[in-house]
Write a protein that binds this ligand. Structure first.
Ligand SMILES: NC(=O)c1ccc[n+]([C@@H]2O[C@H](COP(=O)([O-])OP(=O)(O)OC[C@H]3O[C@@H](n4cnc5c(N)ncnc54)[C@H](O)[C@@H]3O)[C@@H](O)[C@H]2O)c1
Length: 371
């Protein structure tokens, strides 16, 4: 993963870069939930302009008319009609690889929404094609563009927590019944559960904060909703640097212990400043994220559970990571930055999630390669 600490430099949106462009023209494929957010951010950023919408769905023509851009039913038709400077793929998971390969073949920088692919083999094909072509592929793990995450990474790397021993994490929230009904019924089936939809974001965060994940164990349950996919998963993680982690994921818990409810980065969710998503545990101190409550011994030379902590709260700035991500994508298109989350990073996040699912099925420990 490119260094999230260098985000502000990577996210630079000014300058002409090698492409010599003032304003980059971006086509968005998939004008659904997240595609509309990308369209909004492209409109807000003075360095980017929407060039077209690709979406065969019934509502897409009206969205394109509102935005004053052409609507195409296929990506091929879009690229044939008017070549953009870059493409955002916010389409259903199964389309990420074929459409990503089409962008790579056309020599276009592409932002592919997470997950990189619908399965590991397809993801590996995409990474191979991207690396062979030297393509500029950014994967939409937008939290990596979050100043909060950057601050947590900086705190860990600064060493003031000492050696990282472990991390306690959670993503516990309640998804409403309508989330799984009617046209959303696919969310009851494999691929629609919280492991692939939500946990993949957490894996991106955990890898950035603590390091590569080398092995996992997991227990999954569907006891509450009774769908064929998981609604709750308990995991243990072993990091390559020796740290250990526990993580509880649930989309049936009336709780606010999640990034969504604590990061204050998405207005769609109420937020709870008394909750945290993670606690990072070091030999010299522990840090709760995103409240940034820090505990270190008042007398560091006398570390002991009988000794009082000096409690502090670290300052942190906030910004919308989706806006930062579009600014960064514009810089990638101009040649001013390398993708903060590469296709290979996206694949690694998918590998870890796949390993968790496998561990839950088999009840064993699953080792994870990073090849
Ligand atoms: N980064 C995030 O936080 C985040 C959040 C939500 C979704 N996502 C990801 O974004 C992707 C889209 O999710 P969503 O919730 O917006 O789904 P959605 O169903 O709301 O939107 C998908 C859109 O793609 C369109 N589409 C279908 N076939 C197409 C084709 N061949 N070409 C172009 N468009 C086509 C559909 O008509 C629809 O408008 C998924 O991969 C999802 O995992 C990421």
């Amino acid at each position: 993963m490119a260094d999230p600490e260098s985000g502000p430099t990577n996210a630079a949106s000014a300058g002409d870069g090698e492409a010599g462009l003032d304003e980059v023209r971006i086509a968005v494929a998939g004008a659904g939930l997240i595609g509309l957010r990308h369209i909004e951010e492209i409109g807000r950023n003075p360095g980017t302009r929407l060039s077209a919408i690709v979406d065969p769905g019934p509502g897409a023509a009206a969205i394109a008319a509102r935005e004053g851009v052409p609507r195409h039913e296929t990506l091929e038709a879009c690229l044939a009609a008017d070549r953009p400077d870059g493409v955002v793929l916010a389409t259903p998971n199964r389309l990420h690889v074929p459409q990503g390969l089409a962008c790579i073949a056309a020599g276009l920088p592409v932002l592919i929404e997470k997950p990189l692919a619908h399965d590991l083999a397809a993801g590996e094909r995409l990474v191979a094609a991207a690396e062979e072509a030297g393509a500029r592929v950014l994967v939409g793990h937008h939290r990596l563009h979050s100043p909060i995450l950057r601050r947590a990474v900086e705190a860990v790397r600064s060493g003031f927590l000492g050696r990282i021993v472990g991390v306690i994490g959670s993503a516990a929230f309640y998804k409403p019944d309508g989330y799984f009904e009617g046209p959303n019924a696919w969310r009851r089936e494999p691929g629609g559960g919280p492991l692939l939809i939500n946990m993949i974001h957490e894996i991106g965060n955990l890898r950035a904060m603590v390091g590569e994940i080398a092995a996992v164990q997991a227990t999954a349950s569907n006891a509450v909703r009774g769908f064929s996919i998981e609604d709750t998963v308990a995991m243990t993680l072993r990091f390559a640097n020796g740290a250990l982690g526990t993580f509880l994921l649930s989309d049936t818990a009336a709780a606010a212990r999640s990034w969504e409810h604590t990061a204050r980065e998405n207005d769609a969710y109420p937020t709870y400043p008394d909750e945290d998503a993670y606690t990072i545990l070091g030999t010299e101190g522990s840090l709760a994220v995103p409240t940034f409550r820090l505990k270190r011994y008042a007398r560091p030379e006398a570390r002991s559970w009988f000794e009082p902590f000096a409690c502090d709260t670290l300052a942190v700035e906030r910004a919308d990571p989706l806006a930062e991500q579009i600014a960064h994508f514009a810089a990638v298109i101009r040649g001013d930055a390398v993708p903060l989350v590469s296709a290979r990073d996206g694949l690694q996040n998918l590998r870890v999630v796949d390993a968790i699912a496998q561990a839950a099925r088999t009840g064993g420990t699953v080792e994870i390669s990073s090849a």
